[in-house]
Design a protein around this ligand. Sequence first.
Ligand code: F6R
Length: 248
Amino acid sequence: MSMHVDVFESRGAAERAVAAEIAALVRRRPDAVLGLATGNTPTGVYAELVRLHREDGLDLSRVRTFNLDEYCGIAPRDPRTFRAWMEQVFFGPAGIALANTHFPDGVEHGRALHLEELPRHVEAFERAIQAVGGIDLQLLGIGRNGHVGFNEPGSTRASRTRRVELHAWTREDAAKSFGGLEHVPTHAITMGVATILEARALRVLAFGAAKRALVARTLASEPDPAWPASYLRAHADARLVVDRDASV
Ligand code: F6R
């Protein structure tokens, strides 16, 4: 079970290659279903897709999107939500119809759901993925603790979309954008490992020297709940896309 690794000379070259693959998919199938990630890693891919939209006529208006995760406990329109970030960085500038975008955010009709309503909500998120025929291509990053989405260590291969408690390192890594650790949510909702593995293609991005050890462990580890990224190796069309600094 080995994962393909694509090593690029630079981060920019890697980002252009991934964006070109997504653009080709969308040109072939204008209503393609994209699985999206937030964080630092995919920003250049989004920027390149926006450039292709503006300069090359790439029409993303019919694309359907499903984001991996969203924090719990912050207001639906808060600028720190992943949805707000995606709208600002990608959906708006790329001309993606907001009605076609989905987040496991525990929000329905502008209202944050109560805890007991979440099981219904996460099941609806899974059903929405099924209803559009599944995710064509899922973008992923790897967290410092091996998480994918917010599937923190301990997550099982069979896990589905659900509310999770965030790992200490995940909260630390988010502290800056929340103006202090005490403001970082303790919980989030994440697409499950099994849900992610059902996407037809996985593109796992890792850039910079800080990711090298994470890449090495992902490639070396047997499927292991202690390192959730290890589950991705079992996928038939998973590629790890790295720059020189992150390659092992
Ligand atoms: C983001 C997500 C996370 C990040 C991971 C890496 O939606 O689900 O798993 O991909 O934490 O984050 P960065 O890219 O900021 O290093």
